[in-house]
Design a protein around this ligand. Structure first.
Ligand code: ADP
Length: 501
């Protein structure tokens, strides 16, 4: 999908927003509302700085209203049947599918990701709504053998209540769908606080939820600018009306929420930063490894928590892998995501841009060698950075330890499998890890030893609605997607039936 010209694109985009009634208002208790303060903030396109929308800058008063609406709605929603919820989610899924191109256009305009990737994300996000529409009817309890004949032991799942969902900008649709799909399927109601960088996609999918007939108050969207995020987050953590928080974002904010949830012993699911290793062993199929590296690194311009962050290449294949990689990286097209065949868009904002520049400059100043890229692509726009390959990375460089969240492949050379695992596991993060090997014994050994929640063996893109997504160590708590995705939104109740004789 492409646009004939950027001017056409602007017009098309405005029409889409109007058609979808996504503009100016947030969604609380089934109403499209302004902030109580009447304040708004602008949403800009990172590709060119153009204002693409204006949304309410809500504060804790508005968030409180949304929580109250969700709490009231929960009293009814929790007693709907699994079949009813399943059917509503399926209607939502159908509308999301019918409107996939419009959602993708909105997403590209506010996130900068290439339109083909935006469409890919819409498919991916929609797949969670489809998946959880099916899962809703598959939540099963147990009857367990009692030690005495006069008692019966029943175990079943119940919705926790109001779920507050805080989501990031890098996957503006999927991060909401993955959480809200699970929460709604099991009978929870939701208050979503989308990222300040990408609230329009959130409002678009909420509009379609409304059209699908999801009752008022069941799904609420509270938009706010960055300055109100901490107080809204604190309210979510401390409100007695909120039963649990599900957050995807930085480890820093995740830790704040973890602390804040302790006062009410609140249920918490965290999907935080990763620092994924991508290891290529001597036996690897190098062509496949190169393609895997490109997919895993450059999707969304490297701005994904499962993006490979440290490339570990074994001595014997180092030169060949790097040569093949550079050849492919040089073919990547960088530009405004609405233009045809663009592979990389801009970074989302100045903070991200400065971080990427700083990490690369730090490595260069300490002796790392840039093989391609290594600098801003300012001729395209303020937030563009060239796809970069950089070698001779050593432990004293920030790039060795930190999540770059940008289009930078930093390569470390290693000699033995043991050494590769020591480097791979030498981090407090443990989200995803990838490796390429054609040696079956090594495949089992390395998968077992990698300290991560998700392993890609000869595969750079692994996330799907059917599989559990989540990390260990400081990468988070809980799992999203798969049949386990409902666990964060349910509690288990044991009922003892006595005196049965
Ligand atoms: P990123 O650096 O990727 O923007 P953040 O963790 O800062 O990741 O942001 C992810 C989400 O968390 C966004 O919706 C943001 O508004 C929200 N957020 C930021 N700070 C806080 C906070 N202190 N409490 C709750 N939410 C926050």
């Amino acid at each position: 999908m492409t646009f004939r010209s950027v001017t056409n694109y602007r017009e098309t985009f405005k029409v889409i927003l109007r058609k979808m009634h996504v503009s100016q208002k947030a969604f609380v208790n089934g109403q499209w509302v302004a902030a109580a303060s009447d304040k708004v903030f602008e949403v800009t396109n990172p590709a060119n700085g153009e204002v693409v929308g204006t949304v309410p800058d809500m504060d804790i008063q508005d968030a409180q209203n949304a929580i109250q609406a969700a709490a009231t709605a929960f009293e009814t929603w929790k007693f709907t049947t699994a079949k009813e919820r399943s059917q509503l989610l399926r209607k939502w899924f159908n509308l999301l599918n019918e409107n996939q191109e419009s959602i993708a256009k909105i997403m590209t305009a506010e996130s900068g990701k290439p339109i083909s990737e935006a469409l890919g994300e819409v498919h991916y996000g929609n797949s969670f709504i489809e998946w959880f529409s099916e899962q809703a009817r598959n939540v099963r309890g147990e009857i367990v053998e009692s030690p005495v004949t006069s008692k019966k032991i029943l175990i079943d799942h119940h919705p926790i209540g109001v779920a507050a969902l805080i989501t990031p900008w890098n996957f503006p649709h999927a991060m909401i769908a993955r959480k809200a799909g699970a929460a709604l399927a099991v009978g929870c109601t939701c208050v979503v606080k989308p990222s300040e960088d990408t609230p329009l996609t959130a409002l678009a999918i909420a509009k379609l939820a409304e059209d699908a007939g999801i009752p008022k108050g069941v799904l609420n969207i509270v938009t706010s600018d960055r300055h109100n995020a901490p107080s809204i987050g604190k309210l979510f953590c401390e409100s007695p009306l909120v039963a649990g928080i599900s957050f995807t974002g930085s480890t820093l904010v995740g830790k704040i929420l973890y602390k804040q949830c302790s006062s009410g012993v609140k249920r918490l699911a965290l999907e935080l930063g990763g620092n994924a290793p991508f290891i290529v062993y001597n036996s690897a199929n190098l062509d496949k490894a190169v393609e895997g590296a490109l997919g895993s690194k450059f999707r969304n311009c490297g701005q994904a928590c499962v993006a490979s962050n440290r490339f570990l290449i074994q001595d014997e294949v180092f030169d060949e892998f790097v040569t093949k990689l550079i050849h492919r990286v040089k073919q990547l097209k960088i530009g405004n995501g609405v233009e045809p065949n663009v592979n990389l868009g801009p970074l989302i904002n100045e903070t991200q841009f400065n971080k990427v520049s700083d990490l690369v400059n730090d490595a260069i100043s300490k002796g790392a060698k840039v093989l391609t890229g290594g600098k801003p692509a300012s001729h395209i726009g303020k937030l563009f950075y060239e796809p970069t390959v950089i070698i001779d990375i050593t432990e004293n460089m920030k790039l060795y330890h930190e999540e770059v969240f940008g289009p930078v492949i930093n390569i470390i050379r290693f000699k033995t499998e043991e050494e590769s695992l020591k480097i791979a596991n030498g981090t407090q993060s443990g989200l995803a890890g990838y490796f390429y090997s054609e040696d079956i014994k090594q495949i089992f050994r390395v998968s077992r030893k990698m300290e991560v929640g998700m392993v890609g063996v000869n595969e750079g893109i692994i996330s799907t609605a059917e599989a559990p997504f989540g990390g260990i160590k400081e990468s988070g708590l809980g799992r999203e997607g798969s049949h386990r995705g409902i666990e964060d939104f349910t509690y288990i109740k044991y009922t003892c039936l006595g005196n049965l004789e």
